[in-house]
Design a protein around this ligand. Sequence first.
Ligand code: FAD
Length: 375
Amino acid sequence: MFQYDYLIIGAGLFGSMFAYKAKLAGKRVLVIDKRPHVGGNLYCENIEGINVHKYGAHIFHTSNKDVWSFVNSIVEFNRYTNSPVANYKGKLYNLPFNMNTFYQMWGVKTPNEALMKINEQRNSAIEKMRGEGISTPRNLEEQALSLIGNDIYEKLIKGYTEKQWGRSCTDLPAFIIKRLPVRLVFDNNYFNDKYQGIPIGGYNIFIKNLLYKVDVNLNTDFFSNRIYWENMAEKIVFTGKIDEFYNYCFGKLEYRTVCFEEEIHDCTNYQGNAVINYTDKSVPYTRIIEHKHFEMFGLEVDACPKTVISKEYSMEWKEGMEPYYPVNDERNSRLYQQYKALASQEKNVIFGGRLAEYQYYDMHQIVEKILTFNL
Ligand code: FAD
C-alpha cells in the first residue's frame, strides 16, 4: 500500500494545478520540488513591497472563458493590460505595430495613409530583392522586409531579434516570421485574447491557494533519491526534464535561456511602463521590466517609494543555467521524439509541463490541459 496516490515532481503551474485537481477528487497527493519555493517559473519575490517576477515577466492571458473563470475562482485577477513600448536609439514606439507606431514612425494620421506607407515600403523592398534575383525570401531578414518594409524592420525587429536568437537575421530561417500583423487602430493592447491580468496580490497567492492542504516538500530533488520517491506513490506526475528522467540515454536536449540583472531604484517610477523593449543591437539587454506596474496603478505607483527593475539578457543555455525555451530545431525535435517514445510506454508516470513535454506552453494552456484532464 502506497502512502500517496500521486507523487508530483515539480511545484510549478502544471504540478500545482494537477495537485489541486487530484486533491479535489479525494486523492492523496505529495508534491516535491528541488527549488526552495513553490510556483516554478511563476514565483515572485517581494522586494520593497513589490512582487518581482524572478524567472521573467508573466502575464496571464486567455480567450477561454472556463480557464478565466477557474483562475479567478482561485484568486481574483487585476486589470493589467500588456502594452509594451519599444526604445530604438532613445526614440519610443508603441507596440504591437498599430496606428500609434505608424504615427511615431512616419507621422501618418489615418489608416489609409498608414497602409499606403506600409505598401510603399514593402514594394520597394520586394523590388530591390527581385533586382538581386531573389524571388522568395531566403532568410528572416528578407522575409521581414517583404512583409513590412525597411523602417519597421530596421528599427523595431532586426536588433531585438538578433539579440533574442544570438544570430544575425540573415542567418535565421524565414519561417520564424510567418506573418507580421499590423493594426490600423490606435490600440496598444499586445494580446488579442479576451481576458488578461495578474493575480491580485501576485502569483504566489495563486499557487498557495492551489496547493492549500497539499503536502509539499521543498529543496527535494527527485533524482537524489529516486527509488525512495518512486515507492512513495502509486502514480508519478513528472514535470522536470524528460531527458534527465531517462538519464540522458539518447543525449541532452538544448534550451535557450534568459538572464536577469535586478536593480532597486530610489524613485517611485523608473520608466512609466511594465515592459520596454530595447530594439537597438548596441544595447546588450532585450527588455527592461519594471515590476510594480503589473500590480500598481494610478496613485498606487507613487505611494510605493521605491521601484525594482530587471534587465533581461537572452543567452545560449549551458549546463547549470535555467532551461527556459526549448530549441525547436531538427536535432532537438528528433531527440525529444526518442524520449517521448520511451515515456509513452510508462504505465504509472504522467509527463506534463514545459520541461517534460519539451514544449513552450503559455500559462493558460497548462490550466486548460489540467482542467480537461481525466484523472
Ligand atoms: P515550471 O514552472 O518550470 O515548473 C517545473 C518545476 O519542476 C520547477 O519548479 C522545478 O524546480 C521542478 N523540478 C524540475 N526537476 C525537478 C526534480 N528533478 N526534482 C524536483 N523538482 C524538479 N506564460 C504566459 O502565459 N504568459 C507570460 O507572460 C509568460 N512569460 C514567460 C516568460 C519566460 C521568461 C518564460 C520562460 C516563460 C513564460 N511563460 C509565460 C510560460 C510559463 O512560465 C509556463 O507556462 C509555466 O511556467 C509552465 O509551468 P511548468 O509547471 O510546466 O514548469
